[in-house]
Design a binder for this molecule. Structure first.
Ligand SMILES: *Cc1c(COP(=O)(O)O)cnc(C)c1O
Length: 243
């Protein structure tokens, strides 16, 4: 980076990200305090979809260690760029996943948040074993059982969790959900917490609750979220057509 204009842009963006991160950290701390929780219990995952690897580099300099992406076509090259920059991030795949993308996702992801059907369990397991790695998986729960947005209905969670736990190459991390649109998030996250408790009763190591985004992370933290996935509130708005 020798171009002075580019360097100035980099400095502006750093100041911008630094400011929004500070505000976000304060918001998370306040939500934790209100819930009687320690801020250290909540990990911030920066959802960097549509934003460039250079932003991840700046976020890393600001102390962010976890990044989330929702499309393999975008995430795979970005992860490679970050590796070339010498960044060692934890990569969270948070989007709907197709079986034919599993090999690619396993090559860079540390955690997949969106395991919602049996077929993915075997596909991710065989790819993880082939790559000689252990992939942490969360069961994505559909809190309203609406089709099309991903997630297994509540009634199927324990069976799927058992399958992940039994699959060599995979490790059951916990559960993930997106609050259903058109419903207030607090009761939805309360249901997720009940489901997480049921999963933990059978799998004591499955401690993660991935819940809460820019608009509802406060409610998620009140209901026990251990990982919040934040895009807009940290990086700014995305073009409207991108999921
Ligand atoms: C994009 C995305 C987020 C972040 O959403 P924001 O509202 O921008 O914070 C979180 N989780 C998933 C699954 C996403 O796709």
């Amino acid at each position: 980076m020798t171009d002075p204009a580019e360097q100035a842009g980099h400095a502006d963006r750093f100041a911008e990200l630094s400011q929004s991160l500070q505000a976000l950290r304060a918001r998370i701390a306040a939500a934790c305090a209100a819930a009687g929780r320690d801020s250290g219990e909540v990990t911030l995952i920066a959802v960097t979809k549509t934003f460039p690897a250079s932003d991840i580099q700046l976020l890393a300099a600001l102390g962010i260690a976890d990044v989330g992406e929702n499309r393999d076509q975008e995430a795979a090259p970005k992860a490679a760029q970050c590796a070339a920059l010498g960044l060692r991030m934890s990569w969270h795949f948070v989007g709907q996943l197709q079986v034919n993308k599993c090999a690619s996702v396993v090559s860079y992801a540390d955690v997949v948040h969106s395991v919602d059907r049996m077929r993915l369990v075997s596909a991710l397991g065989s790819r993880a074993r082939a790559a000689g790695r252990t992939l942490r998986c969360l069961i994505q729960v559909s809190l309203d059982a609406a089709p099309g947005r991903g997630g297994v209905p509540t009634s199927g969670v324990l069976t799927l969790a058992g399958a992940v736990a039994a699959q060599d190459g995979l490790e059951l991390g916990g559960v993930m959900a997106v609050a259903p649109p058109g419903e207030s998030p607090a009761p939805a996250f309360r249901r997720l917490r009940g489901i997480a408790d049921a999963v933990r009763a059978e799998h004591p190591g499955a401690l993660m609750i991935s819940a809460g985004m820019s608009g509802d992370l406060d409610e998620a933290i009140a209901e026990g979220a251990t990982h919040v996935r934040v895009g807009t509130a940290l990086l700014g708005g995305r073009p409207a057509f991108v999921r």
